[in-house]
Design a protein around this ligand. Structure first.
Ligand code: NAD
Ligand code: GLY
Length: 360
């Protein structure tokens, strides 16, 4: 079992990474002082796979577990779903000392975190992520929220979980495509923060893709460490430091919007977005062409698409203007300087931007 601390003063918590350990969830929750009723928020697919194990573990530790099922899919990441959760919490007579567990991928995690942040002005919650993307990204750092019809994640709150319990055995049931999408976010950590980690990904790819336990533990642990350190420095994205986690996301979100959130998974769009951002960095002489080529090659070896055709630069810009990453009207991109270091910059010109869009 691995344990990483996210040090945020009175909002500090641990990330536990282990294998086949859902059965220990109750004990971990008891150790951090949670008690009484615990509502597991999940969907029916994940409930069938892991609901019983977690419920039994909670009962064994003396909790009263309750389950709230929500529909599966990004299109249900809405205020309506949050409102349905409130209805259930009220009917279950949930009080301030009760807690929620988000059992599922990033969609469940973001919705549950937001419900926890707002119900009774805040009740404790725990993340139990079951997708690779949620295990290395969305369950850590306290960004919670839902989508608005005008844009993704427009409604939300920073609200840290009390604990993150990552059971890597849950990845065995995850569809391959979802796993690969999560790999996109893992490559991101190597590019923005740790060249040694990118080397590891390149050298151990076949073991990682065949879900070798030691490899998975290592890449999830290192990703969580990198994310935890960035969040510790800039919890609420106030200084700009946390923004480097958005590498690939400005282009990625635009791609998701243009394709109606149907064609690409979030991690898949981010993979294309990372290549676009690296290409922009190269056009702007911020990085060497080899940085762009290395990122693209690794993503291709993973099996992720890195090209996209028929994007209209005007449309892309219009969508980006609505993104939360716009500051004083200027779109801010995260750009790699070299493998292991990224910067944010609003100082780009339209000709370079158009070249990136045109040549994808
Ligand atoms: P997801 O939550 O939609 O899960 C993908 C699919 O896998 C779903 O159908 C889910 O039911 C299924 N699934 C989950 N675990 C499974 C398992 N172990 N076995 C079988 N099936 C399983 O998608 P995601 O990629 O995990 O999350 C994407 C969401 O995360 C987006 O809404 C994105 O905005 C959000 N996100 C948030 C943050 C953050 O910091 N809060 C960061 C990145 C992404
Ligand atoms: N996924 C970006 C962040 O957590 O800040």
């Amino acid at each position: 079992m691995e344990r990483i601390k996210v040090a945020l003063e009175d909002r500090s918590y641990d990330i536990i990474i282990c294998s086949d350990c859902i059965k220990d969830t109750g004990r971990h929750l008891k150790d951090i002082g949670l008690k009484d009723k615990i509502c597991i928020v999940t969907n029916s697919k994940i409930n069938k796979l892991y609901g019983r194990k977690i419920t039994e573990s909670l009962k064994k530790a003396g909790f009263l577990p309750l389950t709230i099922l929500i529909p599966d899919g990004e299109r249900y990441k809405t205020l309506k779903t949050v409102s349905d959760i409130y209805d259930k919490l009220i009917s279950y007579k949930i009080e301030r000392n009760s807690s929620l567990i988000a059992l599922g991928g990033g969609v469940i995690g973001d919705i549950t975190g937001f419900a926890a942040a707002t119900f009774l002005r805040g009740i404790p919650y725990v993340q139990a992520p079951t997708t690779l993307l949620a295990q290395v990204d969305s369950s850590v750092g306290g960004k919670t929220g839902v989508n608005h019809k005008k844009g993704k994640n427009l409604i939300g709150a920073f609200y840290q979980p009390r604990l993150v319990v990552i059971d890597i055995a849950t990845l065995q049931s995850l569809p391959k495509r979802e796993f690969l999408a999560g790999m996109g976010e893992i490559v991101k950590y190597g590019v923005i923060a740790d060249e040694g980690f990118l080397n590891y990904l390149e050298e151990n790819l076949s073991g990682i893709l065949s879900l070798k336990k030691d490899k998975l533990l290592h890449i999830i642990k290192r990703s969580c460490e990198i994310k935890a350190r960035v969040v510790e420095e800039d919890e609420r994205e106030a200084t700009g430091k946390r923004a480097i986690l958005n590498f690939g996301h400005t282009f990625g979100h635009a791609i998701e919007t243009i394709t109606g959130y149907k064609k690409y998974k979030h991690g898949e769009a981010v993979a294309i977005g990372m290549v676009m951002a690296a290409k922009l960095a190269f056009q702007m002489n911020i990085c060497d062409v080899h940085v762009y080529l290395r990122i693209k090659r690794l993503l291709n070896r993973i099996g992720l698409q890195t090209e996209i055709q028929k994007l209209d630069s005007k449309e892309v810009l219009k969508i980006m203007q609505l993104d939360k990453k716009v500051s004083e009207g200027r779109i801010k991109f995260v750009l790699p300087k070299r493998i292991g270091e990224a910067i944010t910059s609003s100082d780009w010109n339209i000709e370079d931007f158009k070249k990136v869009i045109k040549n994808m």
